[in-house]
Design a protein around this ligand. Structure first.
Ligand code: ATP
Ligand code: MN
Length: 462
């Protein structure tokens, strides 16, 4: 007989049929006559209750069934008299696939702290919380592809190994097959990367954007969705060394179009979660963040506030708040500043635009004032920056002047600059950190708790 997932069984509630369920034991309780086993198979938050008549199946044979054990149950689906459940399984036969010694199995009934669960990240998907987070993570990944597909954006696979060192050189992980105990040197004493696998120094990508732009300037509208690596040695609750990023890039989009796309995108995703992940969101709301669903509804139903960086700085200076990092025009905003604007001042998501060019990347379109660029950051409650994007500089002269001004190597960027020589076009794009989105949608406050196996400084277990 075909195994059914618990979510299908509970939703179909096809009583008086024979079924097979397979899953992991959450709890077992009972009395002399009957045992109740709560079984979960990861398909939904809810468990299915297995009722065992001890006349039919001996208590002795149930002894090895403890929390964490994996079972196959053949039985009959019947309506349940118990409160809070429509159906239950009357067991005819139970096969134990794997036991879980209660002396050693770490996930016993009681609630565990998120810190403890991080240490056993290989088991935490078996908890209600991480089951919910990972199901929401899946739903969001699906909704991302759906959103772009519906709007005619093509999924472009940009490389993870790259030789362009154009973005924040200090933050990159090197990729090499050189023997670290015997690194070949050139005559002048530098590392001889010509002997390395790719014949030059390579890194893991920090962003697929530059290649994404090539896609936009040929296919019109593309998006990337893949892993991104940053060796930032900052132990914050919002940074991972390996995270997933979504980067749409569109030809003929100016900054306003870019803002509109980003706002529509975020609202679409959050709405998708509200409509499709209700049970999991309600659990997260109850357990971790009582304002979660209210906040998600608020974002879906309200316009984001758009304002200039310069106005933002004025508001922060006039706020009378004591910030750890003082604010001046020209400074990069810290999370405390972003959250003040969003949570205290405007009380809604904010799109901050036209940042000083010194604190933004070389490729952003320069404004006529000579001081600012057409950047946009989207700031969210609880998270701070969730999206960073811009209209790109499409003018060859201005772009190469900026590259030279910053002392960057035109040589390694030749292919990128070429797009501005032949058929250049206005275009824009942005990057959404997938885990930042998930923090917002799940209410988790530490980014380590929205990815199955977090990579952070000194942590690469599992
Ligand atoms: P932050 O100031 O928060 O470090 P950033 O300015 O470095 O962000 P971008 O380079 O614009 O960010 O990257 C685009 C998006 O990727 C960010 O808006 C954020 O959502 C996400 N992001 C950036 N760095 C990380 C990281 N280390 N871990 C997880 N997500 C990140
Ligand atoms: Mn950063």
């Amino acid at each position: 007989m075909k195994t059914q997932r618990i979510v299908e069984i509970l939703n179909s509630a096809a009583v008086d049929t024979d079924i097979v369920v397979k899953g992991w034991v959450r709890t077992k309780r009972g009395n002399k006559n009957v045992a109740f086993i709560a079984l979960n198979d990861g398909s939904c938050m809810r468990n299915i209750q297995v009722v065992v008549d001890l006349q039919k199946i001996s208590e002795e044979s149930l002894k090895p069934i403890t929390t964490g054990a994996c079972l196959r149950v053949d039985g009959r689906l019947v309506s349940s008299l118990g409160a809070g459940q429509g159906v239950e399984v009357q067991a005819e036969k139970i096969e134990i696939y794997g036991t879980a010694d209660p002396e050693t199995y770490p996930l016993q009934k009681k609630g565990h702290s998120l810190e403890f669960l991080r240490e056993i990240a290989y088991l935490r998907p078996r908890t209600n919380t991480f089951g919910a987070v990972l199901r929401i993570r899946h739903a969001m990944a699906y909704a991302i592809h759906k959103f772009f597909h519906e709007r005619g954006f093509y999924y472009l696979h940009t490389p993870l190994i790259t030789a362009s060192d154009c973005e924040g050189a200090g933050e990159m992980f090197q990729v090499t097959t050189l023997d670290l105990n015997n690194v070949p040197k050139t005559e002048t004493g530098e590392i001889d990367f010509s002997q390395d696998f790719f014949g030059k120094a390579c890194n893991l990508t920090v962003s697929g954007q530059l290649e994404g732009e090539l896609g936009a300037l040929s296919m019109g509208q593309i998006y990337t969705f893949g892993p991104t690596f940053r060796a930032e040695n900052s132990n914050t609750p919002r940074h991972l060394a390996e995270f997933w990023m979504i980067e749409p890039e569109a030809a003929f989009y100016e900054l306003d179009d870019n803002m509109e796309l980003a706002e529509e995108f975020l609202k679409y995703l959050i709405n998708y979660a509200l409509e499709n992940c209700r049970e999991d969101l309600e659990f997260m709301n109850k357990m971790w963040d009582n304002e979660l669903i209210e906040r998600l509804n608020f974002v879906v139903n309200n316009d984001f506030k758009r304002l200039d960086y310069t106005e933002g700085i004025e508001i922060l200076k006039a706020s009378g708040q004591k910030f750890e990092f003082p604010v001046e025009w020209g400074c990069d905003l810290q999370s405390e500043h972003e959250r003040y604007l969003v949570e205290k001042h405007f009380k809604c998501p904010v799109i901050l635009i036209n940042y000083p060019k010194e604190i933004k990347a070389f490729y952003m379109k320069q404004n006529e004032d000579g001081k600012t660029v057409r950047a946009m950051d989207i700031l969210f409650p609880k998270i701070g920056e969730i999206i960073g994007g811009s209209e790109r500089e499409a003018d060859y002269g201005k772009l190469s002047a900026r590259v030279a001004e910053l002392g960057m190597s035109e040589q390694s960027l030749w292919w990128y600059l070429d797009t501005r020589r032949w058929g250049s076009a206005p275009h824009s794009g942005f990057g959404l950190g997938f885990e930042r989105l998930l923090m917002f949608v799940t209410g988790m406050t530490n980014i380590r708790d929205v990815i199955p196996f977090p990579r952070t400084p000194l942590h690469a277990e599992f």
